[in-house]
Design a protein around this ligand. Structure first.
Ligand SMILES: O=C(O)CCC(=O)C(=O)O
Length: 288
């Protein structure tokens, strides 16, 4: 273990117990406001410029979108202007630093009992009016075996149900991966919808910038539309898996250790980007 991996970030017994019973845990203020603000500015500068960079590409003519008064009806939803940024840790220092933050390592180690390794990062802009992501389980996409994947979802803006905050279904981490049905395309930019099992319910998360929601890859979770007229809901999302797992979808290669090393795993048979998008709406030139 290198110095980088030692933060001595300790969870309380109550936090560990909540993880065990619910399958998720919010660690308040894990990232400080300076780091969060820096990430927000870095990503916003890229997106506002509107030019494709590795990992991010607008799905519409940005000049037209930004200069003409056009609405959702003319150019489609705002996520075409501000789609999610995939794998920013591969191209930018700060997302990589945050993905491999020793405190994140220590939380994952304590809650999973396993040495974690990083699979991916994503940055969601979720501007006002943006669609959400229907209820789903992440391991449908990552296909980590044995065991499952784990997410660390960092709030960049204040998060409420109104601006499209995440909902989680406590206790659903005990379920196998469920067979999804088709989501409502008017509400969700991704296709899969997992029904809430009988006796369980989805509860909203309320978070402040820098708070990190950790959740098990079997947890049913998702978000609604951003209905706020003024507040974006940006988030930085990373996925991890136990170092001892054998395979994962190749979309996530290379897997990265917390010491920065690139690790080799077998390919799972299926899987892909976390949340398959309604593809017929994505131009064929678009590549992740
Ligand atoms: O942030 C969201 O709205 C959804 C993110 C999510 O569900 C995921 O990363 O798996």
């Amino acid at each position: 273990m290198t110095d980088q991996l030692i933060s001595n970030f300790k969870l309380t017994e109550e936090q560990c117990a909540q993880w065990e019973s619910d399958g998720y845990l919010i660690v308040r203020g894990l990232f400080d406001s300076h780091q969060v603000e820096q990430l927000k500015q870095t990503m916003q500068n890229i997106a506002d410029k509107g030019e494709a960079v590795p990992g991010w590409q607008p799905l519409i003519d940005v000049k037209q979108y930004d200069t003409e008064v056009v609405g959702v009806d003319q150019l489609g939803d705002v996520l075409k202007r501000y789609p999610r940024f995939l794998h920013p840790h591969r191209y930018l220092d700060l997302p990589r630093e945050m993905m491999l933050d020793p405190r994140v390592h220590d939380v994952l180690l304590q809650i999973t009992g396993e040495e974690p390794v990083a699979c991916q990062s994503m940055y969601y802009f979720k501007p006002c009016g943006a669609k959400g992501q229907a209820l789903h389980q992440d391991n449908l996409y990552l296909q980590v075996e044995p065991n499952t994947c784990y997410a660390a979802w960092t709030a960049i803006d204040p998060v409420t149900p109104e601006n499209g905050g995440l909902y989680v279904v406590p206790g659903s981490h005990t379920l196998d991966t469920q067979c999804p049905t088709l989501a409502d395309e008017t509400q969700s930019f991704t296709t899969a919808l997992v029904d809430i099992p009988k006796g369980m319910k989805a509860i909203p998360t309320v978070m402040q910038p820098g708070d990190v929601l950790f959740f098990n890859g079997q947890i049913i979770h998702g978000s609604g539309m951003n209905r706020s007229k003024t507040l974006w809901r940006r988030s930085f999302i990373c996925h991890y898996m136990p170092k001892t797992s054998k395979c994962v979808s190749e979309f996530y290669f290379p897997i990265v250790g917390f010491d920065g090393s690139e690790l080799t795993y077998e390919k799972s048979q299926a899987g892909g980007p976390c949340g398959e998008e309604f593809k017929d709406k994505i131009p064929s030139s678009y590549s992740y």
